[in-house]
Design a protein around this ligand. Structure first.
Ligand code: GMT
Length: 421
């Protein structure tokens, strides 16, 4: 287990680190004696945005799940991923140090990342790199691959890119990034998207020729569930006769956090309730201001960024996710697993996650009246609320549990490695 700002490598590793002497053969896939790929233990480098975005959460949870399945996982990023909270077997973390130099108005993180990816891949004999969010991670992986291919023993290091959303729908469409995003996707040895919506949109907007496989996001249904001991902390937030609505996001404009406050204001007029807002970001202060303007600020709690959100989710009744766009909507899925009914928008990949009227409710973007009505109707009927909560969890379990999705990634890696060997 390697954690912390500097990488406390043992002395023998340090010798290798400087020397970069190649091993006799690359385990698992490059060694002729070990060609049986099915069931083999993989060594995977994972790069993501380590802060509060959904792509970083998915990447970290994927690494943790793969490590539990006895794969060796190496996170490579500029800081420790947020959900990587404690020592875990089979998990290593390698920090990317970006040197600041007066000439660099913009320190070249993508180059430092590429260098670290190549070093870690060489030193720890990684089988492949898996990068989450195309920009710039895919480009860095492409460079790392080229460096290793050009340096004796000229090994091939495949890399997989997972597209999450705004890397395609916003950032990737910016003219300064579009050509390189398209190029790095096409250079990837495997590409996955987290919803059918995102796959289709990528193919259409980027005119990508290579195959994109849909592997949806997932939730650990054993970790994310209602547990009586977590329910006890409910009283810290609400009285027994009050409902709890929750919103979880990075408070960017695409999340429409002001709509959350608008919806809650309408609900609060009919039903005793509290609103928990988990996360932080650019629109938080506007949301705080709006809650004050409406005189409901005593019932709205801004909890800020939280490491462990499942305990918080599991004491809530309804999740509000009125986003302008979600390629998937991981927050809705995590809520569903905790029997918290999502009320969301009919946008992007959300209809692939939430079945309207069965596992949650969907409305048009900006239609706060309808979303408030769904919440009021549901929250005023205890048995319907509990029934729908059960259905929400069943929907999450049926399609998105780790036990179903992680094997899809393992299978995908094996196919990529077979193609690349
Ligand atoms: O835009 C965000 O909310 C963050 C972003 C990210 O990449 O960190 O989230 C995207 O990826 C999540 C995990 O796959 C998805 O659940 C979100 O729907 C997606 N966000 C958007 O498409 C806006």
């Amino acid at each position: 287990m390697t954690y912390g700002r500097t990488n406390p490598l043992p002395a023998t590793d340090l010798v290798l680190y400087v020397d970069l002497t190649p091993p006799a053969c690359i385990p698992h896939y490059s060694c002729e004696s070990n060609r049986d790929m099915a069931g083999a233990r993989l060594k995977i480098g994972i790069t993501c945005y380590p802060t509060y975005g959904g792509s970083g959460v998915v990447a970290t949870e994927l690494g943790l799940e793969l490590a539990r399945r006895d794969h060796e996982i190496h996170f490579i990023s500029y800081s420790q991923p947020i959900r990587l909270t404690g020592p875990e077997p089979n998990i290593h973390y390698h920090e990317v140090e970006v040197t600041r130099y007066p000439l660099f108005e913009y320190p070249p993180y993508d180059l430092a990342l590429a260098t670290r990816m190549a070093e870690v891949s060489q030193l720890y004999e990684l089988d492949l790199l898996h990068v989450h969010y195309a920009i710039p991670h895919s480009v860095s992986a492409m460079l790392a691959k080229q460096m290793l291919a050009a340096t004796p023993p000229r090994r091939n290091l495949p890399f997989v890119t997972t597209l999450h959303g705004t890397d395609i729908t916003l950032v990737g469409l910016d003219r300064s990034y579009l050509p390189i995003t398209r190029f790095s996707i096409e250079q990837s040895d495997g590409v996955t998207a987290i919803s059918q919506y995102l796959r289709d949109r990528t193919l259409k907007m980027f005119d990508i020729k290579n195959k994109i496989e849909v592997i949806p996001n997932f939730v650990n249904c054993d970790d994310y569930m209602r547990k009586p001991e977590w329910n006890e902390q409910r009283r810290e937030y609400a009285a027994d006769d009050q409902r709890i609505l929750v919103h979880l996001s990075n408070f960017r404009p695409v999340k429409r956090v002001l709509d959350v406050v608008e919806i809650f204001d309408r609900v609060r007029k009919k039903i005793p309730a509290k609103l928990l807002l988990i996360g932080d970001g650019p629109d938080r202060s506007q949301a705080e201001w709006l809650a004050v303007q409406k005189g409901i600020h005593d019932h709205v709690m801004f909890l800020g960024k939280q490491d462990q959100i499942r305990e918080k989710l599991a004491m809530c009744d309804v999740m509000l996710l009125p986003s302008e766009l979600e390629s998937f909507g991981l927050a809705a899925l995590e809520a569903m697993a905790c029997e918290v009914v999502p009320i969301a928008t009919r946008a992007g990949g959300l209809p692939e996650v939430v079945e309207h009227g069965v596992t949650g409710f969907l409305a048009d973007v900006g239609d706060v009246e309808t979303m408030a009505r769904y919440a009021i109707d549901l929250l005023s009927d205890e048995s319907r609320l509990r029934k729908m909560g059960t259905q929400s969890r069943a929907g999450a379990q049926a399609k998105f549990c780790t036990s179903k999705i992680i094997p899809l990634y393992e299978d995908f890696y094996r196919r990529v490695l077979e193609r690349s060997s």
